[in-house]
Design a protein around this ligand. Structure first.
Ligand SMILES: [Zn+2]
Ligand SMILES: [Zn+2]
Ligand SMILES: [Zn+2]
Length: 138
């Protein structure tokens, strides 16, 4: 059975503080990965008074617990999305307008096996994002 977010936080020895709960709520409202500034804006909108440093620190903690996923599009900043209740997936971003789409697939099982065989690493994660031009921008 999958752990609830609260159970996961307890297992990690962390309390579900008001700030963490609010950050998870903001992320859960967004289907796509958002920037730290967008998380912060969402908190302000929800009348949760948390500064940017606290948002960064809590996002790092939630990521460590596997509740939040950091996504990099080479924008000079990371984006974040909630992991809980969502299947493993990848993303594509438009180089023109910045639009992001979830790709609900993962083609990397075979490659992971090959990498493990070649490196004797035990692979437990990967990052793969696609870039291109959306129909409106191409
Ligand atoms: Zn576009
Ligand atoms: Zn996503
Ligand atoms: Zn994958």
């Amino acid at each position: 059975m999958e752990l609830s977010i609260i159970d996961s936080l307890k297992a990690g020895g962390k309390k579900l503080t008001k700030a963490r709960k609010a950050i998870l709520a903001v992320l859960e409202k967004n289907a796509l990965p958002i920037t730290v500034a967008e998380v912060h804006a969402g908190l302000v909108k929800a009348r949760t008074n948390v500064d940017l440093v606290t948002v960064y620190r809590n996002l790092a903690m939630l990521q460590e617990l596997g509740l939040v996923n950091a996504v990099g599009f080479h924008e000079g900043q990371m984006r974040y999305e909630v992991v809980h209740g969502r299947a493993h997936h990848h993303h594509i971003q438009c180089r023109g307008c910045g639009k992001i789409i979830d790709l609900m697939l993962c083609p990397l099982k075979k490659l992971t096996k090959l990498i493990e065989e070649q490196t004797r690493f035990s692979v437990d994660g990967h990052a793969l994002e696609f870039f291109g031009w959306c129909p409106q921008c191409r």
